[in-house]
Design a protein around this ligand. Structure first.
Ligand SMILES: Nc1nc2c(c(=O)[nH]1)N[C@H]1C(S)=C(S)[C@@H](COP(=O)(O)O)O[C@H]1N2
Ligand SMILES: [Mo]
Length: 425
């Protein structure tokens, strides 16, 4: 018994519904080639971001350490200090740049979604299921990533494991797809020259007939109303625009002006202390009475010591240009001044490298406590910062003191510090 009638229902299930002669295996393969180059870099920088969080420490537990997929082949280094700004800036800018390519590629194969009959054989079911995983996980990863950079952790910590495990599904689905389609992609790419296709005018824009099994209807498509130059130019232009705006906010400084979509604003001089802020003091709900002269820093090592801000300022001050590099892709490099973390550790009777756990005055914040690995905590540039750009930190930038260190994600630069704990986790 036949499951489906042999003639498709009207609408998108009929081949003549899809009229663009530009659609076809050459276009799909060309866009596929761009994704084939970009996606591995996107995946790698994404996995590195998870690693940079040091998710193995209890207070950093972002839910991504479970099982085989909790990929931690090495510990995140402290140098070069701009490492995370580079990897995460690349991840976000590239993700933005690839989104128009992904959408165009989906557009180029959309008739396949309405294939008739929908199910032909068990092998056909497997193939369609693998495509379902591919498209669903791809759209999901791009959508959650973009929402996260625009909405400031719209999903709270939920985002991290979901985007992380979603990435493994996407990586698996892409690998499977590439393994199957690579020969077809290579064949299809040979059917047209890119340069010649870009030179065609609209009257000479013929159908993409690379597929010898293309249905006859393909050959009888109406004349094109658009050249390949316009199509590829639009997709490429959108991609470049999004990529550049991503780069603008990653590189910061004057280039921040390019970042027309940046959720934290474009103005490089915005915010107190001359640069932007992520979470303001008001949004932290910290009692203003706890950051006045009564504030004390507690350092817990082998013994416990407390310091006033004046005592900290009387200690040797170090000055370093260090970026704050947020998972959202933006970064900003400023000159930070303060006391070395390892000097504080020594004063608390802990002269040997251990982990460092920060504690903010902020209650219930997602980022009020974070653990740094010994590599970070004992680096020269690991500071309890009291000043930035030679003036006191503003309340919004973490007054009375904030943590800042080399090559660490922004989320590890805890503001409004009340306690530092040096201990083996
Ligand atoms: N106490 C506290 N510290 C915090 C945060 C926070 O929400 N609370 N946000 C972190 C994040 S995610 C980043 S990117 C940086 C941003 O620094 P900024 O607010 O000075 O721009 O601070 C980090 N320190
Ligand atoms: Mo962040």
């Amino acid at each position: 018994m036949k499951l489906f009638p042999s003639s498709p229902p009207p609408g998108p299930f009929r081949e003549e519904f899809w009229r663009s002669p530009l659609r076809g295996p050459w276009l799909t393969s060309l866009l596929g080639l761009v994704l084939l180059i970009g996606l591995p870099i996107l995946a790698l920088t994404g996995l590195l971001s998870n690693l940079a969080y040091d998710p193995g420490f209890a207070s950093n537990d972002v839910g991504t350490t479970a099982g085989l997929l909790g990929w931690v082949p090495f510990r995140w280094p402290a140098h070069p200090v701009w490492l995370y700004a580079l990897t995460q800036g690349t991840h976000v800018a590239l993700g933005l740049a690839l989104s128009p390519i992904l959408l165009a590629k989906l557009w180029s194969v959309i008739p396949k979604l309405f294939e008739w009959p929908p199910v032909r054989s068990p092998a056909h079911v497997v193939e369609r299921l693998s495509l379902l995983f591919l498209v669903a996980s791809g759209l999901f990863e791009f959508a959650t990533g973009i929402l996260n950079i625009q909405n400031d952790y719209a999903f709270g910590f939920f985002f991290t494991p979901v985007h992380y495990y979603g990435a493994w599904v996407f990586i698996a689905a892409v690998s499977f797809h590439v393994a199957i389609k690579l020969p077809k992609m290579r064949r299809s790419l040979k059917t047209r020259s890119l340069l010649a296709s870009l030179r065609e005018d609209v009257a000479h824009t013929g159908p993409d007939t690379a597929d010898p099994h293309a249905p006859a209807v393909k050959l009888a498509l109406p004349p094109s109303t658009m050249t390949r130059r316009v199509l590829l130019g639009t997709v490429g232009g959108a991609s470049a625009l999004l990529g550049f705006q991503g780069l603008g906010q990653s590189l910061g400084g004057p280039l921040r002006g390019l970042a027309f979509l940046a959720p934290r604003g474009r103005n490089p001089l915005g915010g107190p202390n001359g640069f932007q802020i992520n979470k303001s003091f008001a949004a932290s709900f910290i009692d203003p009475g706890s950051v006045n002269h009564s504030w004390r820093l507690t350092v817990q090592g082998r013994r416990m010591v407390t310091f006033t801000r004046e005592q900290l300022l009387a200690m040797p001050q170090r000055h370093y240009d260090l970026p704050i590099a947020c998972v959202e892709g933006w970064s900003t490099t400023q000159r930070w001044s303060g006391v070395r973390m390892r000097d504080l550790a020594a004063l608390a009777g802990t002269p040997r490298p251990t982990d460092l756990t920060t504690q903010s005055l902020e209650q219930n914040g997602l980022y009020s406590t974070i653990t740094w690995s010994p590599t970070q905590a004992w680096a020269d540039e690991a500071l309890l910062a009291l000043q930035v750009n030679r003036t006191d930190l503003s309340l919004d930038h973490g007054f009375p003191a904030r943590a800042i260190g080399p090559a660490i994600p922004g989320v590890h630069c805890t503001k409004w510090i009340t306690m530092l704990t040096f201990a083996k986790a």
